[in-house]
Design a binder for this molecule. Structure first.
Ligand SMILES: Cc1ncc(C[n+]2csc(CCOP(=O)(O)OP(=O)(O)O)c2C)c(N)n1
Length: 338
């Protein structure tokens, strides 16, 4: 373990992971018609509609990386962005409201899971287009450089995204202009229903970055303390003016591609082996010697209570006004209800 991390920071990392897991479990249950991930199933009305891409089992990556960021740093996310958004400090109740389609959500209830953004904490947006966050991050980092800001940009993307053109274009641009950006590849070994390995030439994100003269580090993405250590070193370099860096975090997508995907195409033995490396259980084991188990349980209880309150608040919150349907969307003419 990275023993140099002070106890309060290790507890904070644990809390971040537990909050992400609690939020996603509850959102998944709500999408299936359950009122709570921890209570009984409800009558069956789905409160969350539309696809949910869950980051279950990947919580250590956003927790370990975002612990080094401040609200003025920027972050771009993916279609699997709940963890990134929460770790960056976005309000959990407003996130749940957005998933419920309510007016109090970050996008007034019109965007849902894949469009959550919260500029007040530097979270520039989830994105349903694979690899689309990369050029947005580089643009944001270029603005930071031109404006001579101290802040940096962090860009999360999946292992599938490295096979799309924007990955090459963005890393090239960032290196040529020496931009303050940390690229973070969350390598969960799957791209929707396809295993990433057999469709990826070479050794993946870090090796491709090095080929473009961008220093890269590979890390166990299920060890939050290792991620924290590696990300801390890279973030410090980027802040000091090194130009871009890349963190390649090896993790695993525990659930299906989306919440309705049973992932029957996977070998059960592969999933079972991955569950053995669950990042929350792993952190709990590493903390056991130094921290009272009762404190860790209290952190989990707090997270569950916070999420239950968010579910209740989102359920009770008003729907958007019909008149809001055409606000904050692209103008393509005189849209109106007929
Ligand atoms: C440009 C584009 N192509 C295809 C899709 C369909 N799609 C959605 S997620 C996904 C897999 C992405 O894999 P990865 O980047 O590894 O992220 P992960 O889902 O594993 O987090 C695909 C192919 C898309 N959304 N955008």
């Amino acid at each position: 373990m990275e023993t140099a991390i002070p106890v309060p920071e290790r507890i904070a990392l644990y809390r971040t992971m537990v909050r992400i897991r609690a939020f996603e479990n509850a959102a998944e249950a709500a999408s299936q018609g359950g009122v709570s991930a921890y209570g009984q199933q409800a009558a069956g009305v789905a409160k969350v509609r539309g696809p949910l891409h869950l980051s279950t089992g990947q919580e250590a990556v956003p927790a370990g990386v975002c612990a080094h960021l401040t609200p003025v740093d920027y972050l771009t996310s993916t279609h699997r962005g709940h963890g990134h958004t929460l770790a960056k400090g976005a309000d959990l109740v407003r996130m749940m409201c957005e998933l419920f389609g309510k007016a109090c959500g970050f996008n007034g209830g019109k965007g849902g899971s894949m469009h959550i953004a919260d500029f007040s904490v530097g979270m520039l947006g989830a994105n349903g287009v694979v690899a689309a966050g990369l050029p947005i991050a580089v643009g944001a980092a270029h603005a930071q450089k031109l404006l001579k800001q101290d802040a940096i940009t962090v860009c999360f993307f999946g292992d599938g995204a490295i096979n799309r053109g924007p990955f090459l274009e963005s890393l090239n641009w960032a290196r040529v202009y020496g931009l303050p950006v940390l690229f973070v590849c969350e390598d969960n070994r799957w791209s929707a229903t396809t295993a990433s390995g057999p469709m990826t030439a070479g050794d993946g994100a870090s090796v491709r970055a090095q080929a473009m003269d961008i220093a890269a580090t590979q890390v166990d993405g299920n060890d939050v303390f290792a991620v924290h250590g590696a990300a801390g070193r890279l973030v410090a370099e980027v802040r000091a003016g090194s130009g871009p860096r890349l963190l390649h975090a090896l993790t695993y997508r525990v659930k299906g591609h989306v919440s309705v995907d049973p992932a029957a195409y996977r070998d059960p033995a592969e999933v079972a082996a991955a569950l053995e490396t669950d990042p929350i259980a792993h952190a709990r084991a590493l903390l056991a010697g130094d921290i009272d188990a009762a404190l860790l349980e209290a952190i989990e209880d707090e997270a569950h209570a916070e999420v239950e309150a968010a579910l209740a608040a989102a359920d009770a919150a008003p729907w958007p006004e019909a008149s809001a349907a055409f606000s904050d969307v692209q103008t393509t003419g005189e849209g109106q209800w007929t």
